[in-house]
Design a protein around this ligand. Structure first.
Ligand code: BGC
Ligand code: BGC
Length: 832
């Protein structure tokens, strides 16, 4: 790695400067637009080698270097035949599509790709392929890997030296699987916490992002891997926090705010930058030459290569996923074309032949790719299995888990500790309640084994410890005990309760929310806290979350309130700080401080399109055991949003809180249907996550019953939701669907009000009337369900579809609306 050895950026800014920097209006940003002028990785030997290679390559061979496919769609034989330069595994993609692939499976596949890439027998250039993966909080696609807190927690930990150790540990675990390239760090500066990728960012302050970005890049690259600063540029600045949306600022502000992470990454020689899905003032960045070429390469002096994001080129006007001269002409060097890589290869070659893309542009792109491959030593490197062997023991190793546990401790932010209920005294009985108490899935969040982080159970995390598991051990060590009770019920009166609650996993797109309110429909978590308090039990709330949320009622209700973010696999780190030693002294103090402002409202009262500006706690806030002695005042509990908007989504891109998706038949009525695929016990109903506009934003639901077994798909909340106002306002259940196969028998659409309370409609005729293969919206008056028996004061299941016969359809949205969109209203289907 000596060729990449770079000056270390030590002058970190962190909290200290927050108050004193002269800032861009309202952002706390010190403007800095100077060129980052990264030290060149090139040395004369590498340059000469690149020139010699380039001179010997055909056009086909060169373009092939610019292509990256996905491991589900690229076999080693494809690599042997086409000589493509790179593969990636997307979130939730594994060797042989096997979630439980072993380390040996990963390494064997890496060997097979490498050997195929070096094989010139079919006319390829024999250049080693590079494999990239999203190791964004540890090597998160691999079962058994250490899972570090997501970046939002690391931002709160405010410890660049810790970040560096996390980077090194992550890189070693990735190297242990034979993979060379990490699509991290995300250096987004998150300005609207409604964005579903908020947790991938370190902070809403550019200086924090800047101070971390270089450190993590250096740590990853020092281990001989390639790091990626992503997503260039403005991903965290889109209007309303909409994923892949539009960032509307001028160039100076774009760089001053969203460019900071790139300055420090470039300073330490980051060698790949991923382009962002978002637009800049209406233009997709994937096709924007000003930014990719003029700013990033010319002005900032970036000498590595730019990689596009997943099918991002297909979003450029006039392009498809397999055809986009615009992106290459704009400066894209390597194109992530997971499925359509073959088509892209052929089209790009043809576009060079026709002159639509200049050969000079291709040479520039390939020079950058080859230079990087040489600089990280990929040419000389032995087989992945040989390299990996040094690191095999590092996957989920004790020293790595120790680093992760330390990071958890340091990331916890204490917002309230009235009556000094924390630290939990020794010899107590601690009731551990809440949906997050024993859910490693919830504490690891998105980008964990699967793309969305859903579909996982505790057994998918060998070696990991839940928050409850950590509390149990710590309590026992100080002479007490912890009892798990998710719903908060108990036989033996506890001395204190810890309620662990918060967001269920989500990733890109599916994690966007319209307001920062939490469970404004069902208030299940709030009721749990209040219920325990009503029984005279002091309550410590521990929040698992990927973003700051508006939780004033919850903070009021609890005696102590701890934000644990998405801590990852080492739940013990929570107990380290919460549970006192046998003498009643804290074992660790709270050192985490908010790296994001914390909202005092759910929405911006002046303009809901803007981020919340009324703040409860500002960036840098966080109590410790000494400072928390002064009690927190009672907070205002009036939300901005609630009364205004009765409309709510049940499913749109993903399931919307408080609803979760289930399926079932008589063998098991309630199987959580998250993850990319799920089916009923008898297998007569299969749900697949499919793409309509973006990845996995729709559901394909296929019944294959023969009339003997009823299977159902539904969305349900834990606690009943009062929808009577919406009903009274003339509301409808509105869904966007595409019929694939008309129903062969009766189909029931139900709304349940704590089953067996229900309102069921036979919608088979309504469905048979629909055109096959067309996306269409259908809205059914809530009155129809009320007439069939639904009680809108206590809806648990706002949508349930059941049949015992064949039926296949796709759904991309299910909503409850006050008004049916034009032309979509149907009259009441036959009432059973
Ligand atoms: C994400 C990137 C990620 C890529 C590959 C995209 O959808 O935006 O952050 O690196 O997928 O998984
Ligand atoms: C099942 C219940 C289930 C409900 C979901 C019914 O058909 O019998 O067990 O909870 O569906 O709404």
């Amino acid at each position: 790695m000596s060729a990449m050895r770079i000056s270390f950026l030590s002058g970190v800014l962190l909290w200290a400067v927050a108050g004193c920097a002269s800032s861009v209006e309202g952002t706390g940003v010190t403007p800095e637009t100077k060129s980052a002028n990264s030290e060149s990785i090139t040395n004369p030997a590498i340059d000469a080698r690149v020139q010699q290679l380039l001179g010997s390559m055909t056009l086909e061979q060169k373009v092939a270097q610019m292509i990256q496919g996905e491991i589900k769609h690229v076999t080693p034989d494809d690599v042997r035949r086409y000589g493509i330069g790179s593969v990636l595994n997307g979130g939730g993609s594994f060797p042989d599509n096997n979630k439980h692939a072993t380390i040996a499976d990963w390494v064997n596949l890496a060997d097979a790709y490498r050997e195929a890439s070096l094989d010139t027998s079919q006319g390829t250039a024999g250049i080693p392929l590079i494999w990239g993966t999203d190791a964004v909080h540890g090597h998160n696609n691999v079962i058994g890997a250490t899972l570090f807190p997501h970046n939002i927690g690391l931002g709160a930990a405010n410890d660049p030296q810790l970040i560096s150790r996390i980077g090194a540990a992550t890189a070693k675990e990735v190297a242990a699987t034979g993979i060379d390239w990490i699509f991290a760090p995300t250096v987004a500066v998150v300005l609207d916490d409604r964005w579903g990728r908020t947790y991938e960012g370190y902070s809403d302050r550019p200086e924090i992002v800047k101070s971390y970005s270089g450190v993590i890049v250096e740590a990853l690259q020092e281990q001989g891997l390639l790091a990626t600063a992503k997503h260039f540029i403005g991903d965290g600045g889109t209007a309303q926090g909409i994923d892949q949306g539009d960032t509307r600022v001028d160039l100076d502000e774009l760089l001053a705010i969203h460019g900071q992470g790139y300055y420090s990454a470039l300073e330490v020689g980051v060698k790949s930058v991923m382009a962002s899905f978002n637009s800049w003032n209406g233009d997709k960045i994937h096709g924007n030459k000003t930014l990719l070429n003029d700013v990033l390469k010319d002005q900032l002096g970036f000498d590595g290569f730019v990689i596009s994001d997943w099918n991002g080129v297909g979003q450029v006007e006039g392009c498809t996923n397999g055809n986009c001269a615009q992106a290459i002409n704009a400066g894209m060097d390597m194109i992530m074309a997971p499925e359509d890589w073959r088509e892209l290869l052929q089209n790009t070659i043809a576009q060079v032949r026709s002159g639509e893309i200049s050969e000079a542009r291709i040479d520039d792109a390939v020079t950058r790719i080859l230079r990087t491959k040489l600089a990280i030593g990929l040419f000389e490197a032995p087989l992945p299995s040989v390299r990996a062997a040094n690191h095999t023991a590092s996957i989920g190793s004790d020293p790595h888990r120790e680093i992760a546990r330390e990071a958890v401790r340091k990331s916890l932010v204490l917002l309230k500790n009235n009556e000094s209920v924390l630290p939990l005294a020794p010899n107590q009985t601690i009731l551990v309640a809440g949906a997050g108490a024993d859910s490693i899935e919830m504490q690891t969040g998105g980008w964990t084994i699967s793309w969305q982080g859903t579909g996982n159970s505790n057994s998918d995390f060998p070696g990991a410890v839940s928050v409850f598991g950590g509390l149990q051990q710590a309590a026992a060590a100080s002479g007490g005990k912890a009892i798990l009770s998710v719903d908060g019920s108990f036989a033996e009166q506890p001395d204190v309760a810890v309620v662990v609650f918060g967001e269920t996993p989500y990733a890109e797109g599916q994690g966007d929310v319209q307001s920062l309110a939490w469970q404004s429909d069902s208030h299940g978590d709030l009721k749990l806290i209040q219920q325990l308090k009503a029984q005279g039990i002091p309550v410590v709330a521990v929040l698992l979350t990927g973003r700051p949320l508006w939780l004033n009622p919850h903070i009021n209700a609890a005696d102590a309130f701890v934000v644990a973010w998405l801590p990852g696999s080492e739940g013990k780190g929570v107990a380290d700080v919460l549970v006192a030693d046998a003498d009643g002294k804290p074992r660790y103090d709270f050192t985490g401080r908010l790296s994001f402002d914390w909202p005092n409202k759910d929405l911006n009262a002046d303009d809901p399109a803007l981020p919340v500006s009324d703040l409860l706690f500002e960036y840098g806030y966080g109590l410790d055991y000494a400072s928390s002695a002064a009690p927190l005042r009672v907070l205002d509990e009036t939300p901005v949003g609630k009364a205004v908007d009765l409309d709510r989504k049940i499913f749109s891109g993903g399931s919307k809180e408080p609803w979760r998706e289930y399926l079932g038949d008589a063998d098991n009525w309630k199987i959580l249907a998250e993850g990319s695929i799920a089916s009923t016990s008898k297998g007569q109903l299969v749900m697949k996550a499919v793409d309509r506009y973006v990845q996995e934003d729709a559901r394909q639901i296929t019944w294959s019953g023969d009339g003997s077994v009823t299977s159902q798909l539904y969305w349900q909340s834990n606690a009943p939701v009062d929808l009577s106002e919406l009903h009274a306002a003339g509301g409808v259940l509105s869904m966007v669907l595409q019929l694939e196969e008309a129903p062969a028998g009766a189909v029931m659409l139900r709304m349940d009000c704590e089953y067996p309370c229900t309102g069921a409609l036979d919608v088979s005729t309504m469905l048979r009337d629909r055109a096959i293969g067309e996306w269409q919206r259908v809205s059914i008056p809530l009155d129809c369900f009320a007439a069939a028996g639904a009680d809108f004061k206590r809806i648990t299941t706002p949508f349930l579809l059941a049949t015992d016969s064949a039926l296949s359809l796709r759904i991309s949205e299910i909503s409850l609306l006050t008004q049916a969109p034009a032309m979509t209203l149907v009259s009441c289907p036959v009432i059973e």
